[in-house]
Design a protein around this ligand. Structure first.
Ligand code: G3P
Ligand code: MG
Length: 248
C-alpha cells in the first residue's frame, strides 16, 4: 500500500479550455471556461518546427485552423498567422494558436491550474516530452502549484521525468494494457487518467493502493459523472462546462 500523493488540483477540469463551446486550445476557450467557474484546464501541447511548445490537438492544421499540412513542420512565426477560431464561428475569428507560454501567463495571472497533455507530432515523442517539461518548469518556477503533465506516450513522459523530475506526471490510458500500472510506477506518475468507461471499484482501489490518483476523460453526461464520483475517483475532465458546476 503506497500513500496517495497530496492532490492540489480541483476535481473538475475543462477539456481543451471550454470543451466545444469555444475554439479548442485557444485563450478564448480558457477565458470562457474560467467564466463558467472552472479553475483547472486541460490542453494539448506539441512543438513547432523551431521547437516552441504551442497548443493544438491534431497533428494537422485543417480541422481547427485556416492553415494546412503538418503543424509540427512549420515554424511558430508561420503558425501564429493562422486563424484558429473561425472554424467554430465568426464570433471567434482571428483567435490565434497560443504558445504554452501564453497559456502559462494566463493561468498564473488568474491562479488557474493546468493539465498539459503532451501531444507529440508522430516521430517527435521524446523531444516533445523533454521540451514541454523544460518550458513548463521554467514558466511555473515561482508558482505555488505546478502544472500536471500527462501523455498517452510513455516515451514522452520518460523524457519529461528526466528533464523536470519535480513536475507531476500522469499516464493517459484509452485501454488497460498489460503492465500499465508498472509503467506508471516506472514513470513516477502521480495519477492515471483513463477513458472514463474503464473505471470500476476494483480499478480505483488498485490505483489508490499504488499511490495513483484516478482521473477520467472526457465525461459529458451526468450519469457517468455521478458514477465516477460514487467510485471515489479524483478528477473529471469534461467538455460540458455549461452542464457541470465545478464547485460540486
Ligand atoms: O487529456 C485527456 C484527453 O484530452 C485525451 O484525449 O484526444 O481529447 O486529447 P484527447
Ligand atoms: Mg487532450
Amino acid at each position: 500500500m503506497t500513500a496517495l500523493p497530496t492532490w492540489p488540483y480541483p476535481r473538475w477540469i475543462a477539456h481543451r479550455g471550454a470543451g466545444k463551446l469555444a475554439p479548442e486550445n485557444t485563450l478564448a476557450a480558457f477565458r470562457l471556461g474560467a467564466q463558467y467557474g472552472y479553475r483547472m484546464f486541460e490542453c494539448d501541447a506539441k512543438l513547432s518546427a523551431d521547437g516552441l511548445p504551442f497548443l493544438l490537438h491534431d497533428s494537422t492544421l485543417e480541422r481547427t485552423t485556416n492553415g494546412s499540412g503538418m503543424a509540427g513542420e512549420q515554424d511558430y512565426a508561420q503558425l501564429a498567422q493562422y486563424d484558429a477560431g473561425s472554424w467554430l464561428g465568426r464570433a471567434w475569428a482571428g483567435e490565434p494558436l497560443p504558445t504554452l507560454e501564453n497559456v502559462a501567463r494566463f493561468c498564473l495571472a488568474n491562479h488557474l491550474h493546468l493539465n498539459i497533455e503532451i501531444k507529440p507530432t508522430p516521430g517527435q515523442e521524446e523531444e516533445t516530452g523533454r521540451v514541454v517539461a523544460e518550458h513548463a518548469e521554467r514558466f511555473w518556477r515561482d508558482a505555488a502549484c505546478a502544472p500536471l503533465l500527462s501523455s498517452f506516450r510513455p516515451e514522452s513522459l520518460a523524457q519529461a521525468r528526466d528533464a523536470a523530475p519535480k513536475l507531476p506526471r500522469a499516464l493517459l490510458l484509452d485501454s488497460l494494457r498489460e503492465g500499465c500500472f508498472d509503467q506508471a510506477q516506472e514513470l513516477g506518475c502521480v495519477a492515471l487518467i483513463c477513458r472514463y468507461t474503464l473505471w470500476d471499484a476494483a480499478l480505483v482501489a488498485q490505483a489508490h493502493a499504488q499511490g495513483l490518483r484516478a482521473l477520467s476523460y472526457t465525461v459529458n453526461d451526468t450519469t457517468a459523472a455521478d458514477a465516477l464520483l460514487a467510485l471515489g475517483t479524483d478528477g473529471i475532465i469534461t467538455d460540458r462546462v455549461d452542464l457541470f458546476s465545478p464547485a460540486a
